[in-house]
Write a protein that binds this ligand. Structure first.
Ligand code: UDP
Length: 264
């Protein structure tokens, strides 16, 4: 089947599904069974609260595959995530959950907004991992908030915050370790947390995506940036950077692949 007919087939399949939500980098569709969602990864890149935008050929395919890799690994070590399975090049099946309206950021080295805010040079190692929370609201530019705001406005309970902190630190240890093994420093990252209801109980799980869109990844030897800062700061080809991460992790074939070719 030629590319054209494959694309139109994908198009017609997608048209029949109910779109639940379209964000900057992903689209969510109703899943095949109750409690599931299909997460579609777009090629769109945005930065600075969508003031800078572009379409980066192949980014969605790479992020679908990388997020699968990280979430699968987390599931395997007992850190619960929304990930069920990858469906195709751009889509994965995930558990539907209620997103806690917080961006949970873990930092190992100073960079980005923390460096600006506190005047700490980018790349300075922090005395210990620092967890920050931002309130998820694009119209406000996702402002930094404290646990006082979170409790007072009821975004999450104290028990939730204990669970979120523990999830965030476990994700940090896991991600730092697998990155270190392939010569990459995990500078910082952002995760989102979902609430799932099981009978009378609720549980918190890692949701959304974990990919170079939401992490800072620096080559340990050269300091080269292998994450979305390549796009934010115009440092080169974003797909090349993400492909390099995928290649080192064994998610792409070991050859000098610059295009996102899948192993299976
Ligand atoms: N981050 C993200 N989405 C956001 C804001 C931040 O994925 O809306 C990630 C970002 O890629 C980095 C970390 O969270 O890995 C810390 O970002 P920072 O607060 O330094 O913000 P930035 O400098 O990107 O504005």
């Amino acid at each position: 089947m030629g590319n054209l007919s494959l694309h139109s087939l994908e198009g017609s399949l997608m048209a029949r599904r109910k779109k639940i939500y379209e964000g900057k980098a992903k689209i969510l569709y109703e899943g095949p069974e109750a409690g599931t969602i299909v997460q579609y990864f777009k090629d769109d890149a945005t930065a600075f609260n969508a003031e800078k935008k572009d379409v980066i050929d192949g980014k969605g395919v790479l992020n679908n595959r990388l997020s699968e890799y990280f979430m699968n690994g987390l599931n395997q070590i007992g850190v619960p995530t929304h990930f069920i399975r990858r469906l195709n090049m751009r889509e994965q099946l995930v558990r539907s959950c209620e997103i806690v309206p917080l961006e949970v950021i873990v930092r190992n080295y100073a960079a980005g907004s923390m460096s600006k805010r506190l005047g700490i040079a980018e790349g300075t190692q922090l005395p210990r991992p620092i967890v920050e929370y931002c309130y998820k609201d694009d119209s406000l530019g996702d402002p930094l908030v404290t646990e006082e705001h979170i409790a007072a406005f009821g975004w999450a309970s104290q028990q939730d915050m204990d669970d979120i902190l523990s999830l965030a630190l476990r994700v940090n240890d896991f991600m730092s370790g697998i990155m270190l093994a392939v010569g990459i420093r995990l500078v910082d990252f952002k995760i989102e947390i979902g609430r799932v209801f099981e009978g009378d109980y609720q549980r918190l799980i890692v949701a959304d995506e974990i990919s170079p869109d939401s992490c800072r990844l620096w080559d340990i030897e050269s300091g080269q940036k292998l994450d979305k800062d390549v796009f934010r700061r115009d440092l080169g080809n974003l797909t090349d950077a993400y492909s390099e991460v995928a290649r080192r992790l064994g998610v792409l074939p070991k050859s000098n692949v610059t295009k996102p070719t899948l192993i299976n």
